[in-house]
Design a protein around this ligand. Structure first.
Ligand code: PGA
Length: 246
């Protein structure tokens, strides 16, 4: 099973920069890459990036979706629409959405359910804050988020989980590989208890992953990919992460 490297561009990029980055990656990826690759640009750039990567091994992903199929939700995007314009993945429950938009585990679960119904693979994010970590609450927070955010019928084939310690996002700090291995094993166990076989479940690590630390992180037990923010905006650095996959 190949690792999955997903680039979360967050609220960055213009049509020109998106086109350059997507075309550059397509040229690198050629027919085969060491990892499965997904690009998650801001919603207004999805169609443009989708057209650039069409026919390549790179998949398209969105950064969020609404739980409803359609309706009076100004500014939101439905999972069905994302699916119809060519997305394969959608990130749900990113800590920035949980913080900036007050999304609860129940909200995240509803979005993941909608994503699955639309045929998308939700990349469901979990992770503890600095204070929670200092209070020794990492496992209880992860357990609550995994149990509360995953659809009841989640399987290792129809969802991806991303472990992103909030204190490691965009800060240059990464968790130690020992800590990452511990949390990933814990997530896999919780998943197995509630949803069955977890050996093939993809669990990405996210939080300041870059070319220089990717090899160690991606070779860590239980890590089957990365959700990359800042470094995904740099063609060379993102490609180093893809190439660092075991
Ligand atoms: P970062 O972001 O790589 O910039 O730390 C990761 C993420 O938030 O997905």
């Amino acid at each position: 099973m190949k690792h999955l490297i997903a680039g979360n561009w967050k609220m960055n990029g213009t049509p020109a920069s998106a086109e350059a980055l997507a075309s550059g990656l397509v040229a690198r990826a050629k027919g085969a890459a060491k990892a499965d690759i997904a690009l998650c640009p801001p919603a207004p750039l999805l169609a443009l990036v989708g057209a650039k990567i069409s026919g390549s091994v790179i998949a398209l992903g969105a950064q969020d979706c609404h739980a409803d199929e359609k309706g009076a939700h100004t500014g939101d995007t439905s999972a069905l629409l994302l699916s119809e314009i060519g997305c394969r993945f959608v990130i749900v429950g990113h800590s920035e959405r949980r913080t900036d938009h007050g999304e609860t585990d129940a909200d995240v679960k509803a979005k993941a359910v909608a994503a699955m119904k639309a045929g998308l693979i939700p990349i469901i994010c979990v992770g503890e804050t600095d204070q929670q970590r200092e209070r020794g609450e990492t496992s209880s927070v992860i357990e609550r988020q995994v149990k509360g955010s995953l659809p009841d019928d989640a399987t290792s084939a129809n969802i991806v989980i991303a472990y992103e310690p909030v204190w490691a996002i965009g800060t240059g700090k990464t968790a130690t590989t020992a800590d990452i291995a511990t949390v990933h094993a814990y997530i896999r166990k919780i998943f197995e208890d509630g949803h069955g076989a977890a050996a093939a479940l993809k669990i990405l690590y996210g939080g300041s992953v870059k070319g220089s630390n990717a090899a160690a992180i991606l070779a860590t037990a239980g890590v089957t990919g990365a959700l990359v923010g800042g470094a995904s905006l740099d063609l060379e650095d993102f490609w180093r992460i893809v190439e660092a996959c075991p």
